[in-house]
Design a protein around this ligand. Structure first.
Ligand SMILES: [Zn+2]
Length: 96
């Protein structure tokens, strides 16, 4: 048994059907740059931004804008994942 489902733990034989789920979460850019508040100079804003970033862990800063993960799922867990990838609340009476 060469692989296992990362959700239910079920072992899967070599050559059996399995699915890789790739989750890439990155900051959206909608093309709009918000201008600085009236009366603030752009270089002052930049200096404040750089000062804030200097205090933070570079890995944490990176996580704020990009996160990536990969998971191996069996066919049943793939179906379950795709049925509700955003983990939305289910209507009352639905399956748990
Ligand atoms: Zn599974």
């Amino acid at each position: 048994m060469a692989k296992a489902c990362e959700r239910c733990g079920r072992g899967m034989e070599d050559g059996s059907l399995a699915f890789e789920v790739r989750i890439d979460v990155y900051a959206d850019f909608d093309g709009v740059l918000v201008p600085p508040e009236p009366g603030r100079k752009t270089d002052d804003e930049l200096r404040r931004l750089v000062a804030r970033m200097a205090d933070r862990d570079p890995a944490a800063l990176m996580r704020d804008v990009y996160h990536s993960e990969r998971h191996l799922l069996c066919p049943e867990c793939r179906d379950r994942y795709l049925a509700n990838p955003l983990n939305l609340p289910l209507p009352d009476g639905g399956p748990p």
